[in-house]
Design a protein around this ligand. Sequence first.
Ligand code: PLP
Length: 408
Amino acid sequence: MSPTNFDPAAALARSKHTFGEHGGANMSIEASTTFTVMKADTMPEIFAGHRTADRDGCFLYARHFNPTVHTLGHELAALEDTEPGYCCASGMAAISATILQLCGHGVSSNAVYGGTHAFLHEYLPQRTGVTTTFVDIADLRAVEAAIGPRTRVLYTETLSNPTLVVSDIAALAAIAHRHGVTLVVDNTFTPVLMTPHRLGADVVIHSLTKFVNGASDLVAGAVLGRADFIGRLMDLHQGSLMLLGPTMDPRAAFEVSMRLPHLPLRMAEHSRRAARLCARLEALEVPVRYPGLKSHPQHALMARQVNAGYGSGGLFTIDLGDRDRAYGFMEVLQNEHRFGFMAVSLGYAETLMSCSASSTSSELDDRSLRAAGIGPGLVRISIGYTGDLATREAQLEDALRRVGMIPR
Ligand code: PLP
């Protein structure tokens, strides 16, 4: 099924139906940690799961469902075209709770966020004996060959962090489902642009910390998929979100919800700017990687998978060859031009730049870095939308010239 007839902005707009307690245009923040019942025998019914938040508007305790967090889960579900999802304290909480819930052995893209890699490669096998086979996610034969009888999860990112390899979600879903495996897709890099559930992903993860919230001022995550899976995560006896307790604060849920209406506008602008800068970089013969460029190995796949009108995203990489040159390049951009910040994370109004091998992918050992194609001079850039674009282009060129990447 093609997602291109899906309009995430319209879906988001339709989901906005919660008014404040006094009829306010914004929803109220429900800050209570515990909830009353009018009749004592209602409480055991909630504990037994016979009365729920969705069906009966029954809430119990804020580590279980909270009304404000619950509303955000519904709004994100509209964006991702899933059944109602739920939110948690961070992207890593969403990832670890999902994988622990599904457990069994896994197959994962070899190029994923460093924290995810560390969780799958080190934490899980050492604490639980659950192992992961890492593969080149673009090599569909290798993916299928890595699935064994005990495999339960196939894990990938829509665009790999930081190498921007595009996952063929529909093909991966077909492989996973042939083997009774759950496909989990991290859509942190491409909210609005991609709707992995429409392509066959079973579970969609977000680090809301990034583009979705967009202000680099809070850490949050979300899990979206089928309602029965969310129910399992929140189960009082067996639920990873319920029992490990990475609960989202309702104040954070409110903040994120307030920023959802302009997420589509922001994504389109991140993309517009990234596309223009990358076209210029390519014309200058700088080793740039951006899925919106025809030179990207999966450009056609990207074009097929995205929802129309939001471009190819706000992230690109430049390979400067070695670490010193990468550091020099970022220092000129930050300290002389105020082009952006040398900082990890992504999806902010300002541009954020980091040298992946020595920052967000430093959890990977040298072998894993090589396998994932993360060179020592690879700089990941999350392009912001402040400042005049022509000035930004000139600043980028100047920094490249200063470190000898283009002739003076
Ligand atoms: N997924 C991706 C693709 C990320 O880049 C990150 C963090 O950078 C995470 C998940 C983890 O998110 P959080 O920092 O919100 O736990």
